[in-house]
Design a protein around this ligand. Structure first.
Ligand SMILES: NC(=O)c1ccc[n+]([C@@H]2O[C@H](COP(=O)([O-])OP(=O)(O)OC[C@H]3O[C@@H](n4cnc5c(N)ncnc54)[C@H](OP(=O)(O)O)[C@@H]3O)[C@@H](O)[C@H]2O)c1
Length: 250
């Protein structure tokens, strides 16, 4: 009797999700991997293995998909700020009786010379801004910019992969770009646009960290939006390799 491969569903949208799919596809012959993408990015980078695109229709839809496609385990490798999807995954895993792992790259840690201000949400970040600067480098993504739309006295440089969703700040320049970014480029950007405050989510990872070093060098304050917590009871891996080891143990 041929042995059925273990079917792993990776909820993706991050570099770590892609790396995990690459590792499973290349080195784990007993594993079949399907990556799920939300479909928000116009031209996503597709990982190896099967790929499906678009929402599942909430936790019930995800649980149904898991059952119908014979999924044996789910890895929630979505962005640390994709809190709805992470909650849905936790609920669906219970419904469908499959193990769930959260793959979360570690958050950033402040270093000597950093002038960080912690915020619990984009709205809280917006409240802090007027006291910190006038020319804002906003790197929190294309969604949720409504939180900054009433800050008419401030100017914003918004960097995102795709065009920002309305409503947006009135005084705004958009820079469409996708990381990784390097230190020299970030220094130059801050200087050219006379940025005096940076706003970022605590996304973690190397690809977008050079903006923090550039801000530190320039003595610019940084508003760091804290992560939502991982749903209770869900084990966490910090690297794709750790997640591979979890899959092997199944
Ligand atoms: N939030 C960020 O800052 C950020 C940054 C970089 C990349 N991303 C990536 O962009 C995607 C969307 O992020 P978000 O913050 O909008 O998520 P979210 O608010 O947590 O999720 C909203 C809805 O989008 C759908 N969805 C999200 N991730 C999905 C996935 N991997 N596969 C299928 N459906 C998915 C789900 O729809 P249904 O309920 O219909 O299933 C979910 O309920 C995520 O995959 C995330 O990894 C997010």
């Amino acid at each position: 009797m041929p042995v059925q491969p273990v079917h792993v569903l990776v909820l993706g949208g991050t570099t770590e999700a892609r790396r995990l799919a690459e590792s499973l596809a290349a080195h784990e012959p007993g594993v079949r991997v399907t990556t799920s993408l939300a479909g928000r990015v116009a031209s996503p980078r597709f990982p190896p293995g099967d790929v499906r695109v678009g929402g599942f229709g909430g936790p019930d839809g995800l649980a149904a998909w898991v059952r119908e496609h014979g999924v044996d385990a789910v890895v929630d490798a979505t962005h640390p700020f994709a809190a709805t999807m992470s909650r849905n995954a936790a609920e669906a895993a219970v419904q469908a009786h499959v193990p769930l792992l959260a793959l979360r790259r570690p958050g950033w840690v402040a270093q000597d010379g950093d002038r960080w201000h912690s915020a619990g949400s984009l709205a809280e970040a917006a409240e802090l801004l007027p006291a910190l600067g006038e020319r804002v480098f906003l790197t929190t993504g294309r969604m949720g910019l409504a939180a900054f739309a009433d800050l008419h006295d401030l100017w914003f440089l918004v960097r995102s992969v795709d065009a920002p969703e309305q409503p947006c700040p009135a005084r705004m320049e958009v820079l469409l770009d996708r990381g990784p970014f390097d230190l020299q480029g970030e220094r130059e950007l801050l200087r050219r646009h006379r940025v005096d405050v940076l706003v970022t989510k605590d996304s973690g990872g190397d690809a977008t960290a050079p903006k923090l070093a550039a801000a530190r060098e320039a003595g610019i304050p940084v508003v760091v939006v804290r992560r939502p917590p991982v749903p209770e009871g869900v084990p966490v891996a910090c690297t794709p390799d750790e997640a591979v080891r979890w899959v092997r143990r199944l």
